[in-house]
Design a protein around this ligand. Structure first.
Ligand SMILES: [Zn+2]
Length: 844
């Protein structure tokens, strides 16, 4: 763990203790003076970027800085607030006044029309030039000789986040420093242009932070979005880099737009683009607009701000890790870090300039946006219903997310029956809303975000997009509910799961814990880590007049005799710690179903789990599994690198997880044979998503393409992105870039324990596998299984009657085929139990 700078205040009140404003303007050093080298001649490591920002904050009355958190690896995250001294003296007023405009804070806003521009740098760690540009930008904003920037700051507050992803950036920068000679080598073949696995694009857990703004699965995102909502800026720029041969890209964005985007939002993007173009024209720099980067998927650094009322934009400079400190481009010119940062610096200032020139209009349009959200929201559906009788852990997780986005919800005021869209059936029908049900109305400040998260079928203005087109939250959380066209009155409330009671008067024969969701997997792993022996029911049973479903954990006194007196206390304590209700059974003799001693009640052997990682595997996909074990279910996992995987003794593991791989040869034939033998002797192989491609037609594996698939080019958008960088996005005009499918589940199989007949799955491509001839087809896409999102006509046909989740027994072991990836970006809550089943239940 890296130790941070000394300024580690944990402060939740803006500016209460953390701002440092000293009046001495004369002492401000330029980045080059401060760092001791010309900006652009080498990379500035994270701590020095932070140091420079703190230096500016300490020496200029125009800047305040705030540490808002830290990354997974313990690096500082910070914001700098820049404006003229007069505005700085009333910064808190400007902030609260703006929140009053949105309605997120009570009170009448004043007539003040200060524009708020937020600049986000280096969300992708190996797109390094923008954090360098950030230093140049803040210097030009504050140093006294630049009168122009001073004039903009009379009516504008600029908020700068100089490095959103320090862990990824340090990964890249450290590697580069170790690799480069005294002079950089501009030949693209040189190894300094070929960053190894794991590259620095992602954060510590290999998550793409530019896919996480809405889901907040990562620590960095959660801390940032909390700050973002303290301000709600009017303009937001997310600085990126793309392939090193591309011209600069800036707004306006490409179609498709989500139809929640207002005319003003697209018009002002145009004005910003024109202003940027003016400077690029003056300097004869190439650029392009209105291509490639669309505004649809809500979890980006451009769309998330857009759906929060801002003008949200992505700027892309040529560069990326392949550019190094300098690289020869196709036309023969050398692109340097200095060029790259200069371009980002130019668009940054240009954006501030045009925002300042239009501050009045920006503020009044922003006010209108929120007035409309509160009083006349757009969109087909006005109220989203979440049934009260859903699993409380799922409800808790969903409402926690809504709380993080400041989306209000409450209870229905009375019971009624009406027409509504039923997410489960995908049709409009008579539905009943009771007083216990929860409602999310779009008549609220965050109404647009509510609409984005819950609308059954988000509308595309064009079918070509580079990302998933469906993300509806009832499907993601596996909960029942409806979408209504009427506005229903809402009794605002918060949600908290009913209190559990795990106090027992006597010592039961066994403890029982239901198996319904991620929270139950968390309890299981806690029990296993504490060496408590657990069984699970493979059939439903009834005891004490209560029904228990398949998968129910049965913790018997008989199995845990060795624990003696500690047993009851520990089980009760762990259940309470995980906020899970457990039940006591006085006997193993049940009213119906198998008794606890039956062979249908299986012993759950604590698995030793390994994950293949490294060169040839997909970074994001490895990270999702790693994060799941490390941060979600807190269960040990061993990452095995492809570099030495050949030499690993597989007998040390019970479960091997194969993530998506780009390289079909990450396992050679010989190793394949060994893996097969390991399975036959009792191992369990879990293949996720594209890893299944490797198993097709392999000796002993029953997996087959539905039709002979000569070219299997339709691949997940993310995988393509990881590999080739942003410029490859046009690749993905493909047939299914991510839509929701209803998967029919065989609930009698351990892989489907805890589920009902239907599971809604995010299907990320058109890979169509036929049903297993020799195995269990546990989850399948039948006809008309497509529920939400865009899928091409041909792909839809192709995906009919295909395998989604299957299990094949092989000798004493088994293979789990997960054609869909339930851990994709960690936001499909309802898939997390499925993965838990694959690891803990299947094959026991
Ligand atoms: Zn990027």
């Amino acid at each position: 763990m890296m130790k941070l700078l000394s300024r580690t205040f944990a402060c939740f009140f803006l500016f209460a203790t953390l701002s440092v404003t000293v009046q001495a303007q004369g002492d401000i050093q330029s980045p080059s003076e401060f760092l001791g080298y010309e900006l652009g001649s080498q990379w500035t490591p994270h701590h020095k970027v932070m140091d420079y920002f703190w230096h500016v904050a300490e020496t200029s009355s125009m800047v305040e800085a705030k540490e808002y958190g830290e990354s997974y690896e313990g690096r500082q995250l910070m914001l700098a607030f820049v404006s003229n001294t007069e505005n700085m003296n009333q910064l808190e007023e400007i902030r609260t006044n703006n929140l009053k405009r949105t309605g997120l804070l009570d009170g009448e806003p004043s007539a003040d029309t200060t524009a708020i521009v937020w600049l986000s740098y280096n969300v992708h760690g190996n797109e390094t030039s923008s954090s360098e540009a950030a230093m140049k930008t803040i210097y030009e904003l504050v140093h006294p000789e630049n009168a122009e920037t001073k004039s903009w700051l009379q009516n504008t507050v600029v908020i700068m986040d100089p490095m959103l992803n320090p862990d990824g950036r340090e990964r890249y920068v450290n590697w580069f420093q170790q690799t480069v000679g005294e002079e950089f080598n501009a030949q693209v073949e040189a190894r300094e242009h070929h960053e190894p696995w794991p590259n620095g694009r992602t954060n510590h857990y290999y998550f793409d932070l530019n896919r996480d703004w809405a889901w907040l699965t990562q620590k960095e995102s959660r801390q940032r979005v909390e700050e973002y909502q303290e301000w709600m800026p009017h303009v937001h720029v997310d600085f990126h880099e793309q392939g090193y041969d591309s011209p600069y890209y800036f707004a306006p964005a490409a179609k498709p737009f989500h139809n929640a985007i207002t005319d003003w939002q697209s018009d002002f993007q145009y004005a910003i683009g024109k202003n940027n173009a003016k400077y690029f024209d003056e300097n004869s720099w190439l650029y392009f607009t209105r291509e490639v980067f669309d505004l649809f998927y809500p979890s980006y650094g451009d769309t998330y701000p857009t759906f929060n009322g801002a003008i949200g934009m992505t700027y892309e400079q040529a560069g990326h890790s392949m550019a190094g400190l300098g690289v020869i481009q196709a036309e023969g010119d050398t692109l340097t870090l200095d060029d790259r940062l200069t371009h980002h610096f130019t668009t940054g200032l240009s954006t501030i300039e045009i925002s300042s020139q239009n501050a009045d209009r920006l503020v009044s349009e922003f006010s209108d946006y929120y007035r409309t959200a509160r009083s006349n929201p757009q969109g087909e559906y006005k109220t989203f219903v979440i049934k009260a009788d859903n699993n409380p852990d799922k409800l808790q997780a969903l409402f926690d997310l809504l709380d993080e986005h400041q989306i209000d919800y409450g209870k229905a005021t009375r019971e009624r029956t009406m027409g509504g869209y039923n997410y489960r059936t995908g049709g409009t029908e008579r539905i009943r809303v009771t007083e216990d049900d929860y409602l999310v109305s779009v008549h609220q400040p965050k109404g647009v975000m509510a609409r984005i998260l819950f609308e059954p079928r988000p509308e595309l203005t064009d079918s070509v997009t580079y990302d998933i087109t469906a993300w509806e939250q009832h499907y993601a959380y596996g909960i029942e509910g409806y979408a209504l066209k009427q506005q229903l009155e809402v009794n605002e409330t918060s949600f908290s799961k009913e209190d559990i009671d795990n106090a027992f008067d006597d010592k039961p024969y066994a403890y029982l814990a239901r198996w319904e969701g991620l929270a139950d997997v968390q309890l299981l792993t806690d029990l296993l880590k504490n060496d408590i022996k657990v069984r699970f029911a493979s059939e439903e049973f009834k005891i004490d007049d209560r029904m228990y479903g398949r998968g129910t954990l049965i913790i018997t006194r008989a199995d845990n005799k060795k624990m003696g007196e500690r047993f009851d206390n520990l089980v009760q304590k762990l259940a309470s710690k995980n906020n899970q209700q457990i039940y006591g059974a006085e006997t193993g003799f049940v009213q119906s179903g198998p008794d606890f001693g039956s062979s249908s009640v299986r012993y759950l052997k604590k698995p030793r789990v390994a994950l293949l990682a490294g060169e040839g595997t997909s970074l994001n996909r490895v990270g999702e599994v790693w994060h799941y074990f490390d941060r979600q279910i807190n269960y040990p996992i061993t990452l095995l690198d492809t570099g030495y995987f050949d030499e690993v003794d597989l007998d040390n593991y019970d479960v091997l997880i194969l993530p998506s791989a780009f390289d079909g040869d990450v396992l050679d034939d010989e190793r394949f044979q060994e893996v097969r033998e390991w399975i036959a002797s009792g191992g369990k192989l879990i293949a996720v998503k594209d890893a299944n491609n490797m198993l097709v037609d392999k000796d002993g594996f029953g997996l087959k393409w539905k039709e002979d698939k000569a070219d299997s080019t339709a691949k997940a958008s993310d995988d393509k992105l990881d590999r080739y960088g942003d410029q490859q996005r046009e690749y993905i005009s493909g047939s299914n870039s991510g839509s929701v499918y209803e998967i029919s589940m065989d609930t009698s199989h351990p892989l489907a324990f805890g589920y009902e007949d239907s599971y809604f799955s995010l299907k990320l491509d058109a890979d169509a596998y036929s049903y297993l001839d020799n195995g269990w087809n546990v989850g399948v896409a039948k006809e008309d299984a497509h529920m939400s999102g865009f899928v091409g006509y041909k792909a839809e046909e192709e995906l009919e009657n295909t395998l989604t989740f299957g299990v094949q027994n092989m000798g004493q072991g088994s293979v789990v085929y997960m054609v869909d990836n339930p851990l994709f970006r960690a936001f499909w809550y309802n898939g997390k139990l499925l993965f838990g089943n694959a690891v803990f239940m299947v094959g026991q």
